[in-house]
Design a protein around this ligand. Structure first.
Ligand code: UDP
Length: 480
């Protein structure tokens, strides 16, 4: 490998929601900005990860780091955030050895939010260090702002349940706040706060949004009178980075079925890589879909009560037959109008299909971007993490989604409400309006990524310049 090009080492924490945007970032750095890229992957869901990585561009050097056996280190009831934080902490020695073993030393380390402790490795090895927040700017704002607020302000939000005012940004309602902030004695809270403190220690913060999507929040993050004082370092919106439809996608059962449906007549239902419903909610959703009389593609997972993120670390186990947990006769009654896919579906290809006209989604940020970049309106059904904030952003700020009145993360959304929402998005005027807005956002996202001066393209160019300067500096130093 020549070392005339900057070399970026990217670190992806477990979860497709982290891996997918990291891989997309790697591809853009290689394709448009002349980088060598090595991606270090810590993966738990082996088969989904492998199939994703097989489709990637050959210029990415992908190295899987050994998976840490956390059951011995942590209570099985710990939250995803705590588990991810512990896993990533325990991975640091193997990351360090793997970086040292590379033929060409990387110029920069780019981690996702669960990798900020690796900044110590970057410093030791004289690399620039960046954090890539794979979510939106509003979530970035709360993450870095919370560690700076005093106890009184925090009490008002967490105990008195008042909205949290964030300078220059939309306030965060108590109902939307991250679960991580609710129990200050839990390790999740400690880990989140630590991440919020460490992010501004980077040389720059990348975020998967774009200037025209969140102009005021991005403005506040840069304004030294507002959040700029907390962010401290440049914030680079580089999105929307979402996985494109593969050029050689094999036609499979879902796509063949979609080919036979009318334009924009099918609602796609999926809850990301971890989302899991309770048995009661699964029953209501099945009935709601059936009663709506709309066509659907539904990715189902065995229900788990009281664990909305139940499949996050366990996507492999799809052995339970869908008919054992869906209402009796549902599959037979809906066989003409619906398709039930166990565990995992080719989501991007589905959302890009012209027959798909709506998406009932848990509002993970990748799913959200995939919907927006395909102009598909959404039913926002947030379950955990920052998804409630995303749902509010989508419904109240961006106008590309509707949301149930009942909070899906607190109680069971009844079949009548589901039926009504599905019809609203698929049949009513509402759906058309929202689709129009989603299409406008799709074009604005494309513009941001354009290599002809798009704002997100320019952001990555600035990072590339900094890396090139650092490389030159390093070489000059080596030559004395
Ligand atoms: N995904 C997929 N097939 C599925 C479920 C999810 O391809 O059946 C992909 C989806 O396209 C997205 C990612 O997995 O890119 C999930 O990321 P997101 O941020 O939406 O949610 P998370 O899984 O992190 O909650």
């Amino acid at each position: 490998m020549q070392n005339t090009k900057p070399h970026a080492a990217l670190l992806a924490s477990p979860g497709m929601g982290h891996l997918i945007p990291i891989v997309e970032l790697g591809k853009r750095l290689v394709t448009y900005h002349g980088f060598h890229v090595t991606i270090f992957v810590v993966a738990t869901d082996v088969s989904a990860t492998q199939s994703l990585l097989r489709q990637q561009c050959p210029n990415l050097n992908i190295i899987k780091l050994p998976l840490v056996d956390i059951p011995g280190l942590i209570d099985s009831t710990a939250t995803i955030v705590t588990k991810l934080a512990v896993m990533m902490r325990e991975t640091l020695p193997s990351l360090r050895s793997a970086i040292l073993a590379l033929k060409s030393p990387p110029t920069a380390l780019i981690v996702d939010v669960f990798g900020t402790e690796a900044f110590a490795v970057a410093e030791e090895l004289n690399m620039l260090k960046y954090v890539f927040d794979t979510s939106n700017a509003w979530f970035l704002a709360i993450t870095i702002y919370v560690p700076t607020i005093d106890k009184n302000v925090e009490d008002k939000h967490i105990i008195q349940k008042q909205p949290l005012r964030i300078p220059g940004c939309k306030s965060v309602r108590f109902d939307d706040t991250l679960e991580a902030y609710l129990d200050r004695n839990d390790q999740t809270y400690i880990e989140y706060k630590r991440i919020g403190i460490e992010m501004p220690m980077a040389d720059g913060i990348l975020v998967n949004t774009w200037e025209d999507l969140e102009p005021s929040t991005l403005g506040a993050l840069r304004d030294s009178q507002m959040l700029g004082r907390v962010a401290k370092v440049p914030v680079y919106p580089i999105g929307p980075l979402s996985r494109p439809v593969g050029p050689s996608v094999t036609r499979n059962q879902v796509l063949n079925w979609l080919d036979m449906q009318r334009n924009e007549s099918v609602i796609y239902v999926s809850f990301g890589s971890g989302g899991t419903l309770s048995s009661d909610q699964m029953t209501e959703l099945a009935w709601g879909l059936e009663l709506s009389k709309q066509r659907f593609v539904w990715v189902v997972r065995p229900p788990i009560d009281n664990d909305a993120s139940g499949t996050f670390f366990n996507l492999e186990d799809g052995s339970q037959e869908a008919q054992s947990f869906l209402p009796k006769g549902f599959l037979a009654r809906t066989s003409e109008v619906g398709l039930v896919i166990p565990m995992w579906a080719p989501q991007v290809e589905i959302l890009a299909h012209p027959s798909v006209g709506g998406f009932l989604s848990h509002c993970g940020w990748n799913s959200t971007l995939e919907s927006i970049t395909n102009g598909v309106p959404m039913i926002a059904w947030p379950l955990y993490a920052e998804q409630k904030m995303n749902a509010t952003l989508l419904t109240e700020e961006l106008g590309v989604a509707v949301q149930p009145k009942t909070s899906a993360s607190e109680c069971v959304v009844a079949r009548a409400e589901i039926e009504m929402m599905v019809r609203r998005i698929m049949e009513d005027e509402d759906g058309f309006e929202i689709r129009k807005t989603a299409k406008e956002l799709k074009y604005s996202g494309e513009k941001a990524l354009s290599s002809k001066g798009g704002s997100s393209y320019n952001s990555l160019s600035q990072i590339a310049n900094d890396c090139e300067l650092s490389l030159l500096f390093r070489k000059a130093k080596a030559q004395g």
